[in-house]
Design a protein around this ligand. Structure first.
Ligand SMILES: [Zn+2]
Length: 274
């Protein structure tokens, strides 16, 4: 998965003492594209631009990474690379750092002013938060919990395809947690809404920070309970089909939790007792 970057390490710890240095990395976004070296995924240095509006983002292998709200000029050596392109590029630790930075960038851009009194917000000096100097409202970055669900029936796995998305590879049932709902409730509701099946024996697998969309994905395996014929119910999918373990197409992303879960089942590393 994209966050599996060991032995590299992205550290989110906040530190108020940090001051930008010329050799630190710089993240600049234009919509969902990141400024990088033109000949590969490599970030510019703070000292190359010295912008004065920097937010501390995180560190990568001990080197501080800073965010600017500004678009910077492209050149022969630097260009903006779209998210859909850069997240599949190497080195993976830079691709992952860019997705996390893009999520923070979206949050800073969407929270320039206080929603209560319209005063311009300022960075907190003690934590990753924005504070209103007038009414003291504090805003924190928000992430959206969602589930990824591998529904199995013995040696079969239910694969899906989305109806209206550019992403055309096979996927699993997925959906956002609603207010007042546990992740397990979400699994049961989404499977019922998307493919009209009931499930049992839910088992949590792993999570993935999918910063591309500000999500935290929670992966579950579960077994179909009762009827096994999928019915496309809510129009979100164009396909839902059972595949025997040996016939699962090798057509899924290797950076996503969905891809890893499909691969684990396909390779027999997740076995399911009936
Ligand atoms: Zn305010």
């Amino acid at each position: 998965m994209i966050q599996d970057i060991a032995p590299h390490r992205l550290a989110n710890e906040f530190s108020a003492e940090r001051m930008p240095s010329a050799g630190d990395w710089l993240l600049s976004f234009r919509k969902n594209a990141v400024l990088s070296a033109a000949d590969g995924l490599r970030l510019p240095k703070v000292g190359d631009y010295s912008p004065d509006d920097l937010h501390y983002a995180f560190s990568l292998d001990g080197v501080p990474v800073w965010l600017t709200d500004r678009e910077l000029p492209e050149s022969e050596d630097l260009r903006y690379i779209a998210s859909a392109e850069y997240r599949c590029m190497k080195p993976q630790e830079i691709a992952f750092a860019c997705t996390v930075g893009e999520s923070l960038h979206r949050w800073y851009c969407a929270n320039r002013y206080c929603g209560a009194c319209k005063t311009e917000l300022r960075d907190s000096e003690t934590e990753r938060a924005l504070i209103c100097p007038n009414c003291r409202t504090v805003r924190y970055p928000r992430i959206n919990p969602a589930v990824i669900v591998a529904v199995t029936d013995g040696e079969r796995l239910l694969l899906t395809k989305y109806a209206d998305r550019p992403f055309s590879r096979f996927a699993l049932v997925a959906g956002f947690c609603e207010a007042g709902e546990s992740a397990e409730d979400t699994v049961r509701r989404e499977v019922w809404e998307e493919v009209g099946l009931r499930v049992k024996n839910l088992r949590y697998y792993k999570s993935q920070p999918w910063a591309v969309a500000d999500d935290l994905l929670l992966g579950f395996f579960c077994e179909v309970d009762g009827g096994t014929t999928p019915t496309l119910r809510d129009g979100e999918l164009k396909l839902a089909q059972w595949f025997d373990r040996g016939e699962i197409p090798d057509d899924y992303s290797d950076i996503s939790l969905t891809g890893e879960m499909i691969d684990r089942f396909r390779s027999g590393k997740i076995t399911v007792d009936k």
